[in-house]
Write a protein that binds this ligand. Structure first.
Ligand code: GAP
Length: 486
């Protein structure tokens, strides 16, 4: 029987800390908001997610890899539109000093609350039984009008202190972190920590194309850190200020963009299925309001315990990016199509996933609480992370059944032989049942036990994490047995 708890996020955050997946950044100083550190098991999980992505994307003949620098020429961010447009409207509560992103503040209101607010703002107008859609669309209209937004904010109460009419006017807040390059701290030395990895790919488009002699259509993939000075960080690794992205930009001939867009949509969703995400936990969200650069955009959303949230975006960015970089740099970024004997600025289909956000989704997806029988026949709750074996931080644990009769020596030898090929873990403390539970909790797919039968016939017991079934395997074939299953 599977029992999923309501306060699942709290349990996962606590397990993540206790077992060394994720720690709060600078914890001994009280933490740094929106920043997290990956511990010994977290770093393996994150690395496995990134490796799976890197293999799926670059083990193809038409995608090249890149690792661009985090700091880029400041004109890049003018060309990309980030200096002007990468802003969120923000308000502060004058009473309790809480800070909110206006869109999130308004999104979190129930339709009932929105109706009450509209009634207060327009006495007599919303007294009837209007449909929810009408209320939602009227409310959205007001939220998008700068003047009306001011009266709307004064009709609302602060969610933290409950006081009414305490919000400041909405102000635009640029999400890019700024710093200075070189010794002068003046405006001519400002550079930004990149808020996305994509721009490093765009500005290197022709470098990569000519060095690799790729022909369009082809892509460039990159994994790397991105930084956003988010107004509200929340939900663990979901919205952080420092995070990692896994982005691929696919350069195509202009008229073929929508075909490639559909191709990449299908490929990217399949990637999550292949790594064990249940279909019912993933959905598409089509963007009605498109970003300034996009012709079409869909998000892959995962059903987190706190609701549906984007884990990856697939965007048809048209020729916006390369055209803008041509305009701002004065350098041609046109591709010469030798077959058609024509020059053009390619269109770009972008697949943009969060490595850290996906890592959290895989952690949540794997988390289960199940009723299981102990060795003494008692029922207990077993916490198990059912990772796809490719993602599991530890692939196999090795136990001597008892710490005598030569069992530890054999188990140590197995550990020594397997370690160059797999991430393995040796554990000889406590009852075997307890050792199984400790490995279940971190998602180790196989536990190998050296027991008295091993002394007679050189075989070991392998216990599988999900089914808890046990098989006997010869020590000599352990490596190939594991390879087949990992
Ligand atoms: N180049 C396009 C781009 O950056 P985005 O939708 O802003 O698009 C892509 O970001 C992905 O990056 C998101 O789907 C999410 O997984 C991840 N991401 C964005 N902001 C994040 C944040 N503050 N914390 C963690 N992950 C984030």
């Amino acid at each position: 029987m599977v029992k999923q708890s309501e306060n699942i996020m709290d349990k996962i955050v606590s397990l993540a800390k206790r077992r060394g997946f994720v720690f709060q950044s600078s914890e001994i100083y009280g933490g740094l908001n929106g920043c997290w550190d990956y511990g010994p098991l977290g770093v393996e999980l994150l690395r496995n997610v990134k490796d799976a992505w890197w293999k799926a994307m670059t083990f193809r003949d038409n995608i090249e890899g890149l690792d661009a620098s985090i700091l880029m020429h400041p004109r890049v961010w003018e060309a990309s539109g980030h200096v002007e447009n990468f802003t969120d409207p923000m308000v502060d509560c004058k009473s309790c000093k809480a800070r909110y992103r206006v869109d999130i503040l308004l999104d979190e209101l129930s339709t009932k609350k929105k109706k009450e607010t509209l009634r207060e703002m327009f006495p007599g107008k919303f007294e009837g039984q209007q449909k929810d859609e009408i209320i939602e669309s009227e409310f959205a209209k007001i939220a998008n009008d700068d003047n009306a937004l001011r009266s709307l904010l004064s009709a609302l109460s602060c969610p933290q202190c409950g006081n009414k009419s305490t919000f400041t006017d909405a102000r635009k807040f640029n999400l890019m972190f700024k710093t200075f390059i070189g010794p002068m701290e003046d405006s001519s030395a400002i550079v930004y920590l990149r808020p996305e990895t994509a721009q490093g790919i765009f500005v290197n488009f022709l470098n990569v194309q000519s060095a690799s002699r790729q022909k369009i259509p082809f892509g460039i993939a990159q994994i790397g850190k991105a930084f956003r000075n988010e107004i509200n960080t929340k939900n663990f690794l979901f919205r952080t200020r420092e995070f990692e992205q896994m982005e691929m930009q696919f350069f195509v001939k202009p008229e073929t963009d929508e075909t490639w867009f559909e191709y990449w949509r299908e490929q990217r969703m399949q990637w999550f299925y292949d790594l064990g995400m249940r279909k019912e936990k993933l959905q598409w969200h089509k963007h009605d309001k498109l970003a300034h650069y996009a012709r079409n955009a869909y998000d892959i959303e995962y059903q987190f315990p706190f609701g549906w949230g984007e884990i990856e975006g697939i965007h048809n960015r048209t020729n916006f990016d390369l055209s803008r970089h041509e305009e701002f740099s004065g350098k041609s970024l046109k591709y010469f199509d030798e077959e058609a004997k024509e020059k053009y600025v390619p269109f770009i289909i972008e697949t943009s996933a969060g490595a850290s956000r996906s890592c959290m989704a895989f952690l949540i997806e794997a988390y289960r609480e199940e009723e299981a029988r102990t060795a003494d026949g008692e029922m207990e709750t077993r916490v198990v992370l059912k990772f796809n074996p490719k993602l599991a931080p530890i692939k196999a644990a090795i136990f001597p059944l008892v710490n005598r009769d030569g069992m530890p020596e054999i188990a140590k030898k197995i550990e020594h032989d397997l370690r160059p090929s797999f991430r393995v873990f040796y554990d000889d403390s406590g009852a075997v049942g307890r050792r199984y539970r400790r490995q279940d909790e971190v998602g180790t797919p196989f536990c190998i036990t050296v027991d008295s039968e091993t002394l007679e016939n050189q075989t070991v017991t392998i216990r599988e994490r999900d089914s808890m079934e046990q098989v006997r395997v010869a020590i000599s074939s352990l490596k190939s047995w594991l390879s087949e299953r990992l």
